[in-house]
Design a protein around this ligand. Structure first.
Ligand code: PRP
Length: 186
């Protein structure tokens, strides 16, 4: 069953945009002495956040993307995380910021920090728009966090439910959705 066309707002567009600007300022300040930052967006969800964030940095960004998948029994996202698309350029010696839309269990970001950290970047930081601590399964260090949210299913601003809602300009809550992954039954 398709969900509502305009699900209820959890975090509004203006609030997101203001926070993204603050995060860009913070990231720029932390990289004030470097020539460029390599932003690595984790597909697909991070594409909207990364686009807004990157355009507000005062340090020139290099844009990279990668994609991961996790499969357990059937199609539940409980199995090991694996890389299905790598960055185009090597990151050795680069100042890297991993850009996520959301950190739930932490397994994706844990995998990526270990994978990318082994490639000897000059620095490696983590950035997520949304942080859902109630779902955390593994410890991950988060350098930049936009919003800490409750344990509810969220869509919009890049996040989907079965590929819907990614283009909503705000973060919405889908009440009553019950599935695996970024969700809890409410
Ligand atoms: C989401 C999100 C993160 C990951 C976080 O991706 O973009 O990459 O889940 O979950 P975790 O902390 O439990 O590992 P998703 O699997 O929904 O794919 P998508 O970004 O392509 O929609």
């Amino acid at each position: 069953m398709p969900g509502p066309l305009s699900p209820p707002v959890l975090i509004g567009e203006a609030e997101i945009q203001a926070r993204v600007s603050e995060m860009a300022t913070e990231i720029s300040a932390d990289h004030g002495d470097v020539e460029e930052i390599t932003l690595i967006g984790v597909l697909k969800g991070a594409f909207v956040f990364l686009a807004d964030l990157a355009r507000r940095l005062t340090v020139p960004p290099v844009i990279e993307f990668l994609a991961v998948a996790s499969y357990g029994a059937g199609t539940t996202p409980s199995g090991p995380v694996r890389l299905i698309m790598d960055t185009r350029s090597p990151i050795e010696g680069r100042h890297v910021v991993i850009v996520e839309d959301i950190v739930d269990s932490g397994r994706t970001l844990r995998y990526l920090t270990e994978l990318l950290g082994a490639r000897q970047p000059a620095s490696l930081r983590t950035c997520t728009l949304l942080h859902k601590p109630a779902r955390r399964e593994v410890d991950v260090h988060l350098d930049y966090v936009g919003f800490t949210i409750p344990d509810v299913w969220v869509v919009g601003y890049g996040l989907d439910l079965a590929e819907r809602y990614r283009t909503l300009p705000y973060i919405a809550r889908l009440p009553g959705e019950r599935t695996t992954g970024r969700c809890v039954g409410t």
